[in-house]
Write a protein that binds this ligand. Structure first.
Ligand code: GDP
Ligand code: IMO
Ligand code: MG
Length: 429
């Protein structure tokens, strides 16, 4: 069965964009299944004839878009911000990447409305700030689950759109009236704006579940691209410091409308260390000079918001949990090159709580905030890996580090990335 899920196994920004782009030359379809423009997936394309590399950050469009033969699907599980989408399409097209005829958007995807972003910002004013990306993700999923959301298909009917809009604005009136000045949140204005969007996105909208199932029947291969990461999953992550969707592998089926029996492999993208952007527990975080060094060498600043990412050592205890929840069989380890200059590299193997070893990864905050990681120390390789093109050429110490991760997690190491560019990718198997 030809569906392969590629997802982030940590707290996002593992390098999914690079890995998905790299693997897209061997698939027919790449499909995003959840999240929205909170994602920032970076893809670097080689410059043409002596020109510098081209740097793209995708927020909604799947990272397979740079391969002309690939159809890109935005599934029903995604919350779609039409303004963000159109700006992304424009950016791609001005760079000569045409999306017409191979971008498909689910008619069932929920729309991000202007007030979702305002509500997102308003919620972040209070206590227990999540540190969201401010893209309106939580409030859009709230509407979806309270069954008042506005879907792409609703853009076709002005009356439905008006009724739903009025209802949603009125039910949030108390908060919205504090944010917007009188008459600023004008229903007619929003309808006009979204109908204009509708005209522009109409050519892409279809029943994507139907499309994918038909493609499966024709034996086409599909790569399901996760956004965010497993530890940000609303059900399985470090709740409440999570996003509002299911980046874990189960989300791919509901978010695309494909059956679980069509999935044949799950690949976890893992950064060779850990990062987290936004608030929430992070047991292996380094708030010292080493953390600073990781941030600097790894250019750890958010691709969507530009915020500095919190950095720390690799955490195999949370990753073990991620491997189990997602059914990850193969690993793509990225940013190995960032560790090139370190004398010693630590890896967290488990946690203790009040001096007692913790048996299971605690997803409740009260425990997770108090755990103490136990580390195993590896000797650094102290040489540059970024120009290496064969796995077997990696320094012995680097291979020992990778072999330990592979064995400890009981998975197969498949790919190793030693730089952001396409050619900086090694296959271990
Ligand atoms: P994503 O959200 O998982 O797609 O990851 P992001 O694009 O937000 O962040 C990953 C960052 O690391 C981007 O700037 C990539 O260009 C960069 N990157 C990806 N793989 C590598 C790698 O192997 N080495 C280095 N140094 N950078 C990488
Ligand atoms: P990609 O796909 C890293 C984080 C936010 C915040 C939490 C909730 O590029 O890996 P939200 O805006 O989703 O309500 O914010 O989730 N977050 C991400 N962190 N990478 C992402 O996406 C993220 N998308 C959301 O920082 O902590
Ligand atoms: Mg990112």
């Amino acid at each position: 069965m030809p569906v392969q899920i590629i997802l982030g196994a940590q707290w996002g920004d593992e390098g999914k964009g690079k890995i998905v782009d790299h693997l897209s030359n061997r698939v027919d379809i790449v499909a995003r299944y959840q999240g929205g423009a909170n994602a920032g997936h970076t893809v670097i394309l080689p410059g043409k004839k002596g020109q510098p590399d081209r740097h793209f950050v995708l927020h909604l469009i799947p990272s397979g878009i740079f391969h002309k033969h690939v159809a890109c699907v935005i599934g029903n599980g995604v919350v779609l911000d039409p303004a963000a989408l159109l700006s992304e399409i424009h950016q791609l097209e001005t760079s000569g990447i045409n999306v017409s005829g191979r971008l498909l958007i689910s008619h069932n995807a929920h729309l991000i409305m202007p007030y979702h972003k305002a509500l997102d910002a308003a919620r972040e004013q209070g206590e227990n700030k999540i540190g969201t990306t401010g893209r309106g993700i939580g409030p859009a999923y709230i509407d979806k689950y309270t069954r008042t959301g506005i879907r792409v298909v609703d853009l076709l009917d002005r009356d439905v759109l008006r009724r739903k809009l009025k209802h949603n604005i009125e039910s949030n009136n108390e908060v919205l009236s504090k944010i917007y000045h009188k008459d600023e949140l004008n229903v007619d204005k929003i309808i006009a704006e979204y109908q204009e969007f509708d005209k522009k996105i109409d050519e892409y909208v279809t029943d994507t579940s139907d499309y994918l199932i038909a493609a499966l029947r024709k034996k086409k291969s599909i790569l399901a691209e996760g956004a965010q990461g497993a530890l940000l999953d609303v059900d399985h992550g470090t709740y409440p410091f999570v996003t509002s969707s299911n980046p874990t592998s189960g989300g791919a089926c509901t978010g695309l409308g494909i059956p679980p029996t069509s999935v044949n492999s799950v690949v976890g993208v893992v950064k060779a260390y850990s990062t987290r952007v936004g608030n929430g527990p992070f047991p292996t975080e380094l708030t010292n000079a080493i953390g600073e060094q990781l941030r600097k060498i790894g250019s750890e600043f958010g691709a969507t918001t530009g915020r500095p990412r919190r950095c720390g050592w690799l955490d195999l205890f949370s990753l073990g949990y991620s491997v189990r929840v997602n059914g990850i069989e193969r690993l793509a380890i990225t940013k190995l090159d960032v560790l090139d200059g370190f004398d010693e590299i630590n890896v967290c193997i488990d946690y203790t709580l009040d001096g007692i070893p913790v048996k299971h990864f605690p997803t409740d905050l009260q425990k997770l905030e108090r755990v103490v990681p136990r580390y195993r120390t590896f000797k650094g390789w102290k040489s540059s890996t970024s120009s290496l093109r064969k796995f077997s050429d990696l320094p012995r110490e680097a291979r020992a580090y990778l072999a330990f991760i592979e064995k400890h997690l009981g998975t197969t190491l498949w790919m190793v990335s030693v730089g952001a560019r396409r050619d900086q990718t090694l296959f271990a198997k």
